[in-house]
Write a protein that binds this ligand. Sequence first.
Ligand code: FES
Length: 169
Amino acid sequence: MSDMEKPSTSGESASAQGSDGVTRRDFLNEITLGALGIAGLGSAIVTYQYFSPNVLFEPPTTFRAGNPGLFPVNSVTYLQDQQVYIVQTTQGFYAVSAVCTHLGCITAWHPEHDMIECPCHGSKFKPDGAKIEGPAPRPLPHFSITLTADGELLVDKLQVVNPVQVLKV
Ligand code: FES
């Protein structure tokens, strides 16, 4: 009998032992421990997510639009980050939503046409948000606009107001 065919003292044949001395049993134990570790980590992550509060962080609906002096009389100013037009006429200020009442596209102010236009399906609105033409079912809503104690314009996008309501400064 040669050395290669001799059973080892641990009961495993020499062919089950790698050249670096790792047995098949050791190898399978390592694989099993690794798999259990990965499964345990995965279930810990899922458990942590389950118990974490499901909070939705939304941007504030009230914002300062700045000093009234920034807006010339008879102007329409688009505030991109708020998707609101600040309009000043000789009557006063109002804040108009830039979100089209048809399917929610963002409209654009076109001073050359003196109109707010929707790029999606062609709805057109006057600077005060009144609908001129197109599939939009309603005019653009007006939001509450007031002055802060320190004299800045304050718009509340949660409060839709009657379009005849303007802020006189
Ligand atoms: S989304 Fe504005 S016209 Fe359709």
